[in-house]
Ligand binder design. Structure first.
Ligand code: GDP
Length: 367
């Protein structure tokens, strides 16, 4: 019947999942992302990864290339993966919260040498409150005494190269971390032993220095998202978009960095953004993303796009963005839609942002 047609269409029309990396300071969040990006660049892959502002977009081809040792399917259902990169510094709690808010799925990084730490538990509680699926990256396995490096190898392959002592130490520490999670009321298990994904959270041992376990982490993330989040990831026409940052850029004036969660943005689209005093009605002058990683050091050069499809992180230039408020939604005024209505909706957001600020005692983050 028609039901199956709908399902087929759905499966082929998934947007990229949005993932954020959370955890205690110094567990290797930044390094993990560097590791995923860096290897592709070193390998000189064509059509490679683009480092976005506060986010990195990984096209499906790159994910497949990176995970080929795991003999994954030849195709992914999603076009790629957008990883949100939020600053780890304590003063950015507001920004971290904004980033994690947008996530479909998260990586919770735990240092295998330290186990659960205060910020791990804080992140864990944030994820639970939001009902966000997550995968634990048990990082720094290379620091186990006597670890033999197996650059970028799947974790089980790397484990086979290790001495009995290393394996024992590994098992001891994994068991300890599982116990610590249990104390937080959470069931966890090594991902390749996990038979009840969804009930039991998966642990992927990784090294952000030598890359062991990174293929496993990438593949598990994407496959898990594809399998369990079809509804959420189904592509829709209606734009869902959040302002991440408001920034002055030389030659562009005040710009906004946005995360397009769903839908398409076009050059020339009329938009409404929440402003400190009043709603801002303007139209998109340009849609920019940074150059591919190789060229990102060339300051101030961006790729221009006529349109961008979700999920992506985009810099928007337009008139009158000076007083835009980060953390609020961007609305697109479609043909026949009421500008006044959109203005009202935009300012509703201001109230919720202000109440969050009141509660946390933080100021509006404007860079
Ligand atoms: P963040 O604060 O969570 O972003 O942590 P960083 O990515 O800045 O890493 C903190 C420190 O741990 C840095 O000195 C990294 O080089 C180191 N580090 C991160 N990941 C690993 C890893 O997998 N193995 C080892 N040996 N060191 C790591």
């Amino acid at each position: 019947g028609s039901g199956s047609v709908v399902n087929e269409e759905r499966e082929e029309n998934l947007r990229s999942p949005i993932c954020c990396i959370m955890g205690h300071v110094d567990t290797g969040k930044t390094k993990l992302l560097d590791c995923i990006r860096g290897t592709h660049v070193q390998e000189g892959e064509a059509g490679g990864i683009t480092q976005q502002i506060g986010a990195t977009y990984f096209p499906a081809e790159n994910i497949l290339e990176r995970t080929k040792e795991l003999k994954a399917d030849a195709k992914l259902k999603v076009p790629g993966l957008l990883v949100i990169d939020t600053p780890g510094h304590e003063s950015f709690t507001n920004l971290r919260s904004r980033g994690s808010n947008l996530c479909d799925i998260a990586i919770l990084v735990v240092d295998i040498m330290h186990g659960l730490e205060p910020q791990t538990i804080e992140s864990l509680n944030l994820l639970r409150r939001r009902n966000t699926e997550f995968i634990v990256a048990l990082n720094k396995v290379d620091r186990l005494f006597g670890w033999k490096k197996c650059k970028n190898a799947p974790i089980r392959k790397a484990m086979k190269q290790q001495s009995v002592d290393v394996v024992n130490e590994f098992n001891r520490r994994v068991t300890e971390v599982i116990t610590q999670f249990k104390e937080q009321g959470l069931n966890t298990e090594l991902y390749y032993k996990n038979r009840e994904m969804g009930e039991t959270f998966s642990i992927v041992p990784t090294s952000a220095i030598s890359g062991e376990g990174i293929p496993d982490l990438l593949l598990l993330l994407v496959k898990w998202a594809e399998k369990s989040m079809v509804e959420k990831l189904t592509y829709v026409d209606k734009v869902q978009c959040t302002v991440l940052e408001v920034k002055v850029i030389e030659g562009h004036g005040t710009t906004i960095d946005v995360v397009l969660v769903n839908g398409v943005l076009h050059e020339g689209d009329q938009i409404v953004v929440c402003g400190t005093q009043e709603p801002i009605v303007t139209s998109i002058r340009s849609l920019l993303t940074p150059q591919p990683l190789k060229e990102i050091r060339v300051k101030g050069t961006y790729m221009h796009h006529k349109e961008v499809k979700a999920a992506q992180c985009i810099k928007i230039t337009a008139q009158g963005l000076e007083h835009a408020v980060a953390g609020t939604a961007l609305h697109v005024i479609g043909p026949g839609e009421d500008v006044e209505e959109a203005k009202k909706t935009a300012m509703e957001d201001m109230k919720s942002v202000m109440s969050r600020i009141d509660k946390s005692g933080e100021g509006v983050y404007v860079q």
